[in-house]
Write a protein that binds this ligand. Sequence first.
Ligand SMILES: [Zn+2]
Length: 329
Amino acid sequence: MATLEVSFLNSQLQERKHRLEQAITLAPQHAGLAGLLREVDSALERMDRGTYGLCETCHEPVEGDRLLADPLVRYCLDHLTPPQRDALQRDLDLASQLQRNLLPQVGLQSGGWETSYHYEPVGPVSGDYCDLIPSDGHLFFVLGDVSGKGVAACMLMTQLHALFRSLTKMSLPLGQMVSQANRVFCESALAGQYVTVVCGQAKPTGEVEIHNAGHLPAIVVGKGGVLRIESTGVPLGMFSEVEFSATRLQMEVGDTMFLYTDGLSEASNAQNEYGVESVTQLVRQRCVGPPAQLIAACLEDLRSFEKGGARFDDLTLLAIRRVGPSATN
Ligand SMILES: [Zn+2]
């Protein structure tokens, strides 16, 4: 563990020791507190001896993010005791359930737009972010991919969800909304954490404002042909003062927009990678029906490409199709 991290954790432990001692003075009969104080003292001793942060079973370093979250952790993930393993599984199940509850309504229709999505974490929780928010007659859509995996990425994803949900209520122009989200995100993300995002507003007139911040190209297919909306900015969470601008396009009835994370484009089999080109081809061939059909066709094609091989990344697909001038609101 780096010296800087150990000294940070040391000050954290000293603070906790102080709090525990205060609590024990107020509630001397609370047996659990005395036990915790012994654990804190033992961790401080290990810091003095230079063995802090090493797993007590295999003597390999314990995962750094787990120590930052709980400085008393003494075993690496591979060497948790059965009760600890069960507790961790319960926590992950709960996190997974919480995250599922944040997903938008399935088959949402709004302002003449029809939608469908597929959200598939590679583990219990996902770092992918997908949302659809009808607001002021417009449909706000966003798809993102948080750097890293697992619980840390999932926490940032939930934060973005809250951020965009609040910002859509403020009726800001899209560029401003993304800039605001970026600034708040920069303040709270740890170094090295960022998120690629493609988001936009679809109006009942078919006009779409879209911004791609470091994400894979969005694909729009219609009578006018195929259009790829490439990234024109850096991911959110990297630089707080960067400006974001939106691209405008006009979508006709029957046109479809397709967004996805690298769980699709970077999926691979023994020979090669699926690739953005295959995604584009597939969307072009299969976009004639409703969005749910396109998503199903895409999953089917991906599965036959993977030939039953393991997947290593979270997968999210989102299809939005213009079905009318303003059929439903
Ligand atoms: Zn271990």
